[in-house]
Ligand binder design. Sequence first.
Ligand SMILES: Cc1cc2nc3c(=O)[nH]c(=O)nc-3n(C[C@H](O)[C@H](O)[C@H](O)COP(=O)(O)O)c2cc1C
Length: 336
Amino acid sequence: MTKFPHSARLMQRGTAFLGCETAILCGAMSWVSERHLVSAISNAGGFGVIACGAMTPELLDAEIAATRALTGKPFGVNLITMHPLLFDLIAVCGRHGVGHVVLAGGIPPKGSVEAIAAIGAKVICFAPTLALAKKLLRSGADALVIEGMEAGGHIGPVATSVLAQEILPELAEEHLVFVAGGIGKGQAMASYLEMGAAGVQLGTRFACATESIAHPEFKKAFFRASARDAVASVQVDPRLPVIPVRALKNKGTEEFTAKQIEVAARLDRGEVGMEEAQLQIEQYWAGALRRAVIDGDVEGGSLMAGQSVGMVKAEEPVADIIAQLMAECEEALERR
Ligand SMILES: Cc1cc2nc3c(=O)[nH]c(=O)nc-3n(C[C@H](O)[C@H](O)[C@H](O)COP(=O)(O)O)c2cc1C
């Protein structure tokens, strides 16, 4: 994008790696990041990523084919590491010649990074700490995303600004690191790019784009919300490690607390093991998110959203959001 020379220069490594015009990834969002939003992002010069979530290989196959029909530009696929058919899903990506696979939800299981390399795709991993970032790069990750706790969805405990300071100065010169979590405006993109990031990943800002299939009620809840409404879930039982989720406060948030108490009691009574207990919690989230995104149940469903939700004011086409982010980023860099 020659219209934005300063940004283009700082994004150059990221755009070369992703094969798109701007190093802005739209992070995969379960139920939201399907063919329409993903193709719109890629068509607008960003990098769309399909959220595979709990899809079967057959469903993923159909989703990739449908996305391809809507865009000739590159896009990626986000796979959850604990999916029981992870290797089959990687094979599906291989059959479609998907260029980039993002592994989310924990440390990649043995052989998965190699399997993705073997289908000729680039591997992008989430790095929660500097030590793990180094380990993932040694194990073959081609690029990293560092995501702070301001983000929507499942989150780690550390803020984006702190992760960026810990990881970018150490790794960003030699490796590709994308920064995610809490980015709502181009000014923030500019500062992470200046710190060495190859690009950025946003979710919340794109969730309510015109092309997003999210229910109108889901979108309205985002437009009304401010940063302080996007709260992290609390863990109620120290024995039941639950990955916190950031979502808009509603009845569903309270129900989740009750769900944890119920699952912890079943764990106590020996009715379920730890793994099954954690799986039940994860399934609860997936179902609740579907109810909010697809059915528009904004009371009982999960309105996963990051703190940047306060900067989402109205439904806008993806191309306008990207153009605005780029203009803000360029203006900030120009002023330096
Ligand atoms: C509604 C919603 C659903 C999400 N689902 C997923 C997911 O299925 N897999 C994943 O890796 N990240 C998921 N995320 C995280 C995003 O991919 C992205 O990294 C995050 O939204 C970036 O931070 P931001 O929300 O502050 O922009 C989700 C985020 C939101 C808001």
